[in-house]
Design a protein around this ligand. Structure first.
Ligand SMILES: [Cu+2]
Length: 117
């Protein structure tokens, strides 16, 4: 194969990977989940379960006049967002499929299951 053909093929592969990458990014969504009245709220409704896609981000936003500390001990996605006050939000990217249990360190009654498809 000539140098020119190799070069052309490399360009084609680069374009293909760029297209695949940008498509994946475009499909990843950011979903807002509020903490309100010591519950998880999505689109104005209290929820205990939420289904998202691999690569999606959840933005946890505190709408209560007191602190929340959202965390998960699930093997799939372990995180601890620390204490944050009203009006602040923190994001978590869910990069593997499975089930993640989300809790609040300050309010044991707060619980939500995130299914990542
Ligand atoms: Cu809380």
């Amino acid at each position: 194969m000539s140098q020119q053909k190799n070069f052309t093929r490399s360009l084609g592969l680069a374009a293909l990977f760029a297209a695949l990458f940008s498509t994946g990014v475009a499909h990843a969504a950011e979903v807002e989940v509020d903490q309100k009245n010591k519950a998880f709220v999505h689109d104005g409704n209290k929820i205990e379960a939420l289904t998202i896609k691999v690569g999606d981000t959840i933005r946890f936003k505190n709408e209560d006049p007191f602190f929340h500390n959202i965390f998960s001990l699930s093997d799939l996605k372990t995180f601890d967002l620390g204490s944050f006050p009203k009006g602040q939000s923190k994001t978590v990217v869910f990069d593997k499929p499975g089930l993640v249990e989300v809790e609040c360190a300050i309010h044991p009654e707060m619980y939500m299951e995130v299914t990542v498809q």
